[in-house]
Design a protein around this ligand. Structure first.
Ligand code: 4AD
Ligand code: MG
Length: 441
């Protein structure tokens, strides 16, 4: 019978049919009388067996890993106890090689040899992405971004795409990537926040999923020079509603990923102990975190006890989060250690209506705050950071033409994925990670 062209995933429910499936040789085992191939096409893995003459054919002995190939044959359902992806096997009766991959020195296995220097592996990222783990993370990532969009859609947010080439800073001058913009100084955006704020009056609640850029010189497990930033801005709400929104976003989106028929099993595989966090998250004020750190003998950057006003750097934050072991909404940071735009708390003007969401293993995955909605206060914020406000006239106008209480946040996609997929570093959650010293492939 004529073969029907099919993606691997569809073959799982095609028992009895003659099919034509194209993909890459993911694994191959030669038993002389039988050759077993695992075919990969991005939708799944298919176990195939080449019997008799096909197994003995000279051409079959030349097949290598990562050769692209079209297999023709019949799908059979495997009996209980015999396991293969989708519970099926393809008995091949004919095949065509599309592109034979190299053997020997240049073979795929040599290129991405296990235990190789991580930097060599990153040079071969385009090949390494074909591996089971990295491709699983990328599938989870896709399901995650889809769930994020669905969540915002459900609550009436409008998606926008602000510019990436800008003349304003959001998170401090030291991590700006400068560029020569036809002779003028410009930067790659650190955050789309300021633009999102300007859109509240025209579009209502808004969000974007866009690359942000940070010139972070230090090499850490959780810093990239380019990362996918999920940012949202909402108006006419208070700090408490704001916090509830964030935990609801995280729990709902993560639940949707875990429930997804493709991504769910992959999360299980990557992070077998993962549990979707329940609302409400633990809320911890910065001042109580300082107390907690001192009680647990965790020291600040100078190796001393923490004092009010100290930055809680990555190592201390991670120790605290891992010890507490549950998601934390860390709130009310002091004005001095946060950005110019953060609103002060009405009951204590030394602290801000700000939040970092901390997850075990990664630490901060989200930062956000209510925004200053008064022009004079905002100008004081700019002055404190020594920012020349000329380039910010459009942002300041937001307060002049009908100001409103508003707040927003940014989620680091690679950070939340590192938590969800239990990866040691955010680099494993980015397709082609960028950090100082690496801009290829
Ligand atoms: O805490 P950040 O710097 O906050 C902002 O940019 C706000 N303007 C966002 C907003 O309110 N719209 O960054 C937000 C998140 C962090 O919590 C972290 O998850 C991620 O972005 N992030 C990074 N991820 C990878 N590499 C880096 N260098 C990152 N810097 C921040
Ligand atoms: Mg932050």
């Amino acid at each position: 019978p004529p073969a029907q062209r099919m993606k691997v995933e569809k073959t799982y429910s095609a028992a009895g049919q003659r099919v034509k499936v194209s993909g890459w040789i993911h694994r191959i085992r030669n038993n002389k009388s039988l050759v077993f191939v695992v075919l990969r096409d991005g939708t799944g893995y298919l176990q195939a067996v080449l019997p008799g003459d096909l197994a003995r054919a000279h051409q079959t002995s030349t097949l290598t890993l990562e050769t692209s190939i079209t297999l023709y044959g019949t799908i059979t359902k495997l009996p209980e106890g015999k396991t293969a992806p989708g519970g099926v096997e393809l008995t091949v009766d004919y095949y065509e090689i599309v592109g034979l991959a190299p053997s020997g020195e240049d073979s795929f296995t040599n290129k991405i040899a296990e235990g190789a220097d991580p930097s060599l592996l990153l040079d071969q990222r385009h090949l390494a992405l074909r591996g089971e783990t990295l491709s699983a993370v990328m599938k989870v990532r896709a399901a995650f971004l889809k769930a994020v969009r669905a969540f915002y859609d459900k609550f009436g947010f409008t998606e926008v795409t602000p510019p990436c080439m800008v003349q304003t800073q959001v998170e401090g001058g030291s991590t700006l990537f400068k560029l020569d913009y036809y002779g003028e100084e410009a930067y790659l955006t650190q955050s789309s926040q300021l633009y999102l704020e300007t859109l509240l009056a025209s579009l209502g609640d808004v969000y974007c999923i866009q690359e942000s850029f940070r010139a972070e010189r230090s090499h850490t497990r959780r810093h990239l020079s380019e990362y996918t930033h999920i940012e949202a801005e909402m108006c006419f709400l208070d700090f408490d509603e704001f916090l509830t929104h964030i935990e609801s976003l995280i729990t709902n989106v993560v639940q949707a990923v875990v429930d997804d028929p493709i991504a769910g099993p992959l999360v299980k595989q990557l992070n077998p102990d993962f549990k979707v966090p329940q609302m409400p998250f633990m809320r911890l004020e910065y001042k109580d975190a300082i107390k907690w750190l001192n009680e647990h003998d965790i020291k600040n950057e100078e190796g001393e006890d923490f004092k009010f006003g100290d930055d809680i750097a990555e190592a201390a934050e991670r120790k605290m989060t891992d010890t507490i072991g549950v998601p934390i909404l860390l709130t009310r940071f002091p004005v001095e250690i946060k950005s110019f735009y953060m609103k002060r708390c009405a009951d204590d003007p030394s602290v801000t209506e700000s939040v970092d969401v901390l997850m075990p293993t990664v630490g901060e995955i989200t930062g956000g705050s209510m925004r200053i909605d008064d022009t004079k206060e905002l100008m004081e914020g700019f002055a404190r950071e020594g920012i020349n406000t000329d380039a910010y006239y459009w942002f300041i106008d937001q307060r002049k033409y009908g100001t409103c209480p508003h707040g927003g946040y940014g989620i680091g996609t690679e950070r939340i994925l590192a938590w969800l997929c239990d990866r040691f570093t955010v680099r494993d959650c980015s397709l082609y990670p960028r950090f100082s010293g690496r801009c290829k492939p």
